[in-house]
Write a new protein. Structure first.
Length: 188
């Protein structure tokens, strides 16, 4: 199971990527993920074995039944695209790209007051914002974490990861976020 999913119980694209990577390595090594093998006087499970030998000497742990059928270019392509690590860092990178500075949040809301306040939720107060031209030119809802909210850094990160990966007509799309010190905002 993806360690991140085991911790949060929130399914994300990374969990699928992790699982796909595990299945590919099961095929390549001929070992089940929970199976252990003896290397010297150590007993290693498949994930530890792959992590340790992936960059050096991995070839000798390929399932003997397919080793001869696997040509070097195919193995090279597999190693380049095996997914888990590179895809996860790409996904993280993408979410980081959707960050904006607090000054842009503040300038798009203007004065935080009754005029701009459109709601109140568990996360915090929701304001209507009018972003400048450098964003998309439309009205947005900006959820600002209330300092005394029971939700915090962990919930903020989890929710961002979830909404970032959703794309459905009934779900208001996430646009950007802001994370500066105690100020955590989500823009829809
Ligand atoms: N995109 C939006 N457009 C217009 N109003 C919104 C939008 N998002 C939230 N609101 C207003 O803010 C209120 C609180 O919304 P919010 O989603 O924060 O509540 P919540 O269910 O407590 O969720 P959370 O726990 O994430 O804060 C809503 O009831 C609604 O009035």
């Amino acid at each position: 199971m993806d360690p991140a999913y085991r911790e949060s119980y929130i399914p994300k694209i990374e969990s699928n990527v992790y699982s796909l990577g595990i299945v590919l390595f099961e095929i390549l090594t001929g070992m089940r993920v929970d199976e252990k093998t003896c290397i010297g006087d150590e007993e290693l499970n498949m994930v530890t074995l792959v992590r340790r030998y992936y960059n050096h000497g991995f070839e000798k742990y390929i399932d003997p039944q397919i080793r001869d059928e696997l040509d070097a270019p195919s193995l090279h392509t597999f190693k380049e695209n095996h997914g888990a690590a590179s895809t996860i860092s790409r996904i993280n990178q993408k979410l980081e790209d959707f960050r904006i500075p607090l000054k842009d949040i503040n300038s798009s809301i203007g004065v935080k007051g009754q005029e701009t306040r459109i709601g109140d939720g568990g996360f915090g107060v929701v304001y209507k914002g009018q972003p400048s031209g450098s964003w998309q030119n439309r009205s947005v809802a900006i959820k600002c974490l209330r300092p005394e909210s029971y939700q915090g850094e962990h919930e903020f990160r989890n929710e961002l990861n979830m909404i970032f990966n959703f794309n459905h007509e009934n779900i208001i799309p996430f646009i950007v976020s802001c994370d500066e010190g105690n100020e955590k905002d989500k823009v829809y």
